[in-house]
Design a protein around this ligand. Sequence first.
Ligand SMILES: N[C@@H](CCC(=O)N[C@@H](CS)C(=O)NCC(=O)O)C(=O)O
Ligand SMILES: *[C@@H]1O[C@H](CO)[C@@H](O)[C@H](O)[C@H]1NC(C)=O
Ligand SMILES: *[C@@H]1O[C@H](CO)[C@@H](O)[C@H](O)[C@H]1NC(C)=O
Length: 351
Amino acid sequence: MSASQFATGAHAHLPLDAHKDYILAIAIIALTDLLSAWTLFSSAAGSSSSTAVNMAQSALDEVTAASALDRSPSTFRRFVSRDASAQFPAVPGRYHLYVSYACPWACRCLAFLKLKGLEHAISVTAVKPIFERTKETDDHMGWVFPSTADEEPGAEPDPINGAKSVRELYEIASTNYTGRPSVPILWDKQLKTVVNNESSEIIRMLNTEFNDIAENPGLDLYPAHLRASIDQINELVYSAINSGVYQCGFAKKQEPYDEAVTKLFEALDKCEEILGKQRYLCGNQLTEADIRLFVTLIRFDEIPGISSTVNIEHNKKSYYSDPSTNPYGIIPIGSNIDYNAPHDRERFGAV
Ligand SMILES: N[C@@H](CCC(=O)N[C@@H](CS)C(=O)NCC(=O)O)C(=O)O
Ligand SMILES: *[C@@H]1O[C@H](CO)[C@@H](O)[C@H](O)[C@H]1NC(C)=O
Ligand SMILES: *[C@@H]1O[C@H](CO)[C@@H](O)[C@H](O)[C@H]1NC(C)=O
């Protein structure tokens, strides 16, 4: 394995010390708690989002109709609001979340959606894990949907817009779109546009704005009294870990790699230290900070559980398909740690 593969976003079998608490602890919060909340709420919520998959129409065909509404924002940083008179009110069945299981940013949105019990209200579609040509007329490579439901386990054809690629979704949303066709996308089915494509903002909306329709409105992952502490941890986790693994994985020179990888492991140790003293990163309750760390940590090692947001096969396929970092295209076999083993995190007393 080359040095640069050491800490890409996939890192499914990296030489981390498996006995360290940060793997176990987080994994565990990992959402043992998440998981129970999850199971509880997902079953309570019922599984079908019939509102969601109402029709496999092609929004491309309706571009003209949609254009009158809202088609040319230069950025997609709008907010869904609990206020019924807002431009994007938190109405059940109106929004759709496009994700890639390979993308940690998308997965944190998915985690919030599930934890808040919003599966019945906001439908979800995952793309294929490996970039493909998005058009025949140019060389752009990006996220694409499978053309049939059984082409790629975990991924689905686009039920809302019938799009072939995420790029097409951006083109529907904006006539002069020039950016990166990234996931996650919070999509408005009514106005046929991208409401927001920034996961740190999407998770905040999911946390607060949908409470009238969430199965778990009482779960507040960004509570006022912990905000300062969450913000502080987020800063460390974002720069050194969430983004840090990419700086390692995509480094083109030794020096920036060394710098990023050192920062990464120092931050992991810092988390280790915190979690050696308390149950969660910001005290005795699960917060956004834990989820944001989780989505990257899970990519270091395989964790069954929280399973509906994790598709390790997509992760591995995706990150290891990049010929610039993995010229031989070898896909790692992944690790095999039993995260269902007793974790003993109750010793910190929190639920
Ligand atoms: N800041 C964005 C980042 C999203 C992002 O970078 N997504 C990547 C996948 S992990 C993507 O879709 N990239 C598409 C591309 O590079 O073409 C967020 O947090 O939502
Ligand atoms: C697209 O067009 C809109 C409206 O004309 C403009 O405000 C926006 O800045 C343009 N975006 C880009 C990326 O050129
Ligand atoms: C989000 O959408 C904007 C606006 O089109 C685009 O410029 C940007 O590249 C997209 N992705 C990210 C990660 O910002």
